[in-house]
Write a protein that binds this ligand. Structure first.
Ligand code: SF4
Length: 339
């Protein structure tokens, strides 16, 4: 029985690829490479991969964390970024390199991916597939079941490990062929596309660029904060993050350190949870309090009590809502975009 390592992202395409191979009698080991940004982690998913359970489809997945290696690529990709901070070619090459290591360790014969020719402008092109394979040291070892018939045969096809006639010739951005195949293969639940990689999100990418420009070696906590809330930077470089809903408030609250400042309204208003970075000036803390009021249900009041907690010490200050000018001046986001 031929064995294959599958790059699994949680999306429909990689699910179909695994199922196609299993139907051909291949022993498939689906691997989800987890980063702090990637296709399987959405901005609203609490940083957790979100995808339907695979057990009902007859396979389970293994997760491998490659966040640190991935961050190096994001900072300095050999093949450049896409429209935002997405280093798609380098990203695919890194995953294939990692898959190759697993392939060798587990005596697998080849690697499969859910790529579709022409589906993504940067990494899923006829001319980039060979470039990525070369970079990853996997030339000829990758089978792309959904579009294999449009590509040069892989070594697995040449050796007769799998029958090319049973592979597909999907191309372009239409999902209709995949949806038809999903129903044929009994896949009823799958995530919608384009919710995926944080690095293709312009607001997230802008924040990441801003952070890396200030600090080329940010902590993982700083990176993880980027996907949450509205972000502000004081004139002297301290960060203020304002939760946008209950889920974000709870996540931000979990991530703060005792020396950070945690702000919330004291009275019975709907209040965001606001974190101001440890070391922030008094002026910065006043801005944080004003933002806390501005994004609360007390935004039309003149003066509202705000509770500030740091190192288990609580202080109450009176704050007025921050004005549009302050928001414009201190919010970290691309011009003309209001999150
Ligand atoms: S969109 Fe690009 S950078 Fe993001 S996970 Fe997919 S291939 Fe990687």
């Amino acid at each position: 029985m031929p064995k294959a390592i599958a790059l699994y992202s949680g999306g429909l395409d990689s699910t179909l690829s695994v199922l196609i191979m299993k139907r051909l009698g291949v022993d498939v080991m689906p691997i989800l490479f987890v980063t702090d940004f990637g296709c399987s982690v959405s901005r609203r998913s609490g940083g957790k991969p979100t995808f339907p359970a695979t057990e009902p489809l007859g396979f389970s997945i293994e997760k491998h964390y490659i966040g640190e290696e991935f961050l190096k690529l994001v900072k300095n990709p050999k093949f450049g970024h896409g429209k935002n901070m997405n280093p798609c070619i380098d990203c695919k090459a890194l995953m294939l390199k990692e898959a190759r290591k697993l392939m060798e360790e587990r005596c697998a014969d080849f690697i499969i991916t859910g790529e579709v020719l022409g589906q993504r402008p940067m990494s899923q092109r006829r001319d980039t597939f060979p470039k990525i394979e070369k970079e990853a040291g996997v030339v000829g070892l990758v089978v792309r079941p959904l579009c294999a018939k449009l590509l040069k045969p892989s070594l697995a096809e040449e050796k007769g490990l799998i029958d090319r006639d049973n592979l597909y010739a999907f191309s372009g951005r239409s999902r209709k062929p995949q949806i038809a195949l999903a129903s044929e293969l009994g896949v009823t639940e799958y995530p919608q596309p384009a919710g995926g990689c944080l690095l293709t999100d312009p607001i997230y990418s802008y924040r990441l660029r801003e952070l890396l420009a200030r600090n080329p070696s940010p902590s993982m906590r700083e990176i993880q904060f980027l996907r949450l809330g509205r972000h502000f930077r004081t004139s002297d470089g301290f960060s203020i993050i304002v939760g946008r809903d209950e889920q974000e408030n709870a996540e931000i609250e979990k991530m703060i350190m005792p020396e950070d400042y945690a702000l919330q309204l004291t009275v019975d208003y709907g209040s965001p949870f606001v974190v101001a970075e440890a070391g922030i000036s008094e002026e910065g803390l006043n801005l944080a309090a004003g933002l806390c009021v501005r994004y609360s249900s007390a935004r039309r009041e003149r003066l509202v009590p705000v509770q500030i907690v740091q190192n288990e010490t609580t202080e109450i200050v009176q704050a007025s809502p921050a004005g549009e000018r302050e928001i414009e001046q201190f919010m970290i986001q691309p011009p003309d975009v209001r999150d």
